[in-house]
Write a protein that binds this ligand. Structure first.
Ligand code: 2PG
Ligand code: MG
Length: 410
């Protein structure tokens, strides 16, 4: 593919903080990707920028386009060799995604189609056969939507807020569009039940001064109402993000004024899974404690709860392999900018599929209007997508998935 220019600049994310946008120009147009930013970041994520944002921008601007010879997904290897450690995870993700968007266009494909084609073993280059194959094999992810928030993402009321970071609805509609509508419905019902205090946090989730369990009661009531009154199904999940309230070997619950040691935290998480019939539990233990994750899976086996690694695994193939060896998780969060390299993102998803571990591609709390993760979700065949429910930067990803589904159903 002939590239005419590679540019980079800083843009503002949804928290009005600076992030990187990379632009790749070819004869077919300009292809842009901007990177998101986390707030409850994992200790083992790669750095967002090598030294700082300005340094990464300068480095990318100086890349000699003649040195770039890329024709397929695997050629991202050459890019990674070329940039080495001179840029961070945010910049590498934005650069690689923009290159892929340009390549997709060059090949007359959508990004998700291009990923399926160049990353599937038997790439069938004949267009009509390829289109038929995509329609047959394609699966849409289930949306995971943040509805009520606490922890690091929320201010709460007078400082009072749940300790858990995200209370999630996971709709189970017959189509992606139906799931999108169910999550929206669940979100507004939860808002009504929360009462008059309805500020929204970084991710568009409702803030509250209620306790963890009062919020879970509300979530459960919404789930029941949606089942009984609408004949539709929605599951409940939590991102505990427990590293954010772990210190000196204890989990420091402020909202319920309690300090729990490791064993008590296992018992508490297990009780919540059983009491509320949880479908999804992310980062219930701090990011180094592979063993407690494994004990929770053992304690709750037979209940079909996804025990999910995010800060634990940080989209890092080595940490993921360790989690598999120790049987710590049965689902993994995939955040491209936690690792930067899309080759590693692909590797993580392949490892997951081989080991029967569910994959959740995910946004970050600071987001932009970029919708790349929607295409990655479909292209890589992820089981779920975590993008929030409320706010432009979240909706743009969901709407992209609705458009993809519509195209595939034609
Ligand atoms: C998480 C994310 C996204 P952050 O913990 O899963 O919801 O938060 O982007 O702040 O790491
Ligand atoms: Mg998380």
């Amino acid at each position: 593919m002939k590239i005419n220019k590679i540019g980079a600049k800083s843009v503002l994310d949804s928290r009005k903080q600076k992030t990187i946008q990379v632009i790749v120009g070819t004869d077919k147009g300009d292809f842009k990707t901007s990177a998101p930013a986390g707030k409850s970041t994992g200790q083992y994520e790669v750095k967002s920028y090598a030294e700082n944002l300005a340094g990464d921008i300068e480095f990318i601007k100086k890349i000699d386009v003649k040195e770039i010879n890329i024709e397929n997904f695997e050629d991202l290897n050459k890019i990674e060799k070329l940039v080495g450690k001179n840029i961070g995870g945010n910049s590498l993700f934005a650069l690689e995604a923009s290159l892929l968007k340009a390549l997709a266009k060059e090949n007359g494909k959508e990004l998700y189609e291009f990923i399926i084609q160049t990353s599937s073993e038997s790439s069938d280059s004949e267009d009509s056969k390829f289109a038929a194959k995509i329609k047959k094999t394609l699966k849409m992810p289930r949306p995971i939507g943040n509805t009520i928030g606490g922890g690091l993402h929320s201010k709460g009321k007078g400082g009072k807020k749940p300790d858990f970071q995200e209370f999630l609805f996971i709709a189970n509609g017959k189509t992606f569009k139906e799931s999108f509508e169910i999550n929206n419905k669940a979100y507004s019902l939860a808002g009504k039940l929360l009462g008059f205090f309805k500020k929204r946090n970084d991710e568009g989730a409702f803030e509250t001064d209620k306790t963890n369990e009062e919020v879970l009661e509300i979530m459960e009531k919404v789930k029941r109402d949606i089942h009984d009154k609408c004949n539709q199904e929605v599951d409940i999940g939590l991102d505990v993000a427990s590293s954010s309230f772990y210190s000196d070997s204890r989990y420091l619950y402020k909202n319920i004024s309690k300090e729990l040691g490791r064993n008590d935290q296992i018992a508490y998480m297990s009780k919540i899974i059983k009491r509320y019939n949880m479908f999804y539990m992310e980062d219930p233990f701090e990011e180094n404690d592979f063993r407690s994750f494994a004990e929770l899976i053992y304690e709750t086996k037979g209940r079909n709860c996804l025990v999910v690694g995010d800060d634990l695994t940080t989209t890092n193939p080595e940490r993921f392999e360790k989690a598999i060896r120790m049987r710590s998780i049965n689902a993994i969060i995939v955040k491209p900018n936690q690792i930067g390299s899309l080759l590693k993102v692909k590797q993580v998803i392949e490892i997951a599929k081989k080991n029967n571990i569910k994959t959740i591609i995910s946004h970050r709390s600071g987001e932009t209007m970029d919708n790349t993760i929607a295409d990655l979700a479909v292209g890589f065949g992820c089981d779920f997508i975590k993008t929030g429910i409320y706010g432009k930067v979240r909706e743009v990803k969901l709407k992209r998935l609705i458009a993809i589904e519509k195209k595939l159903r034609r």
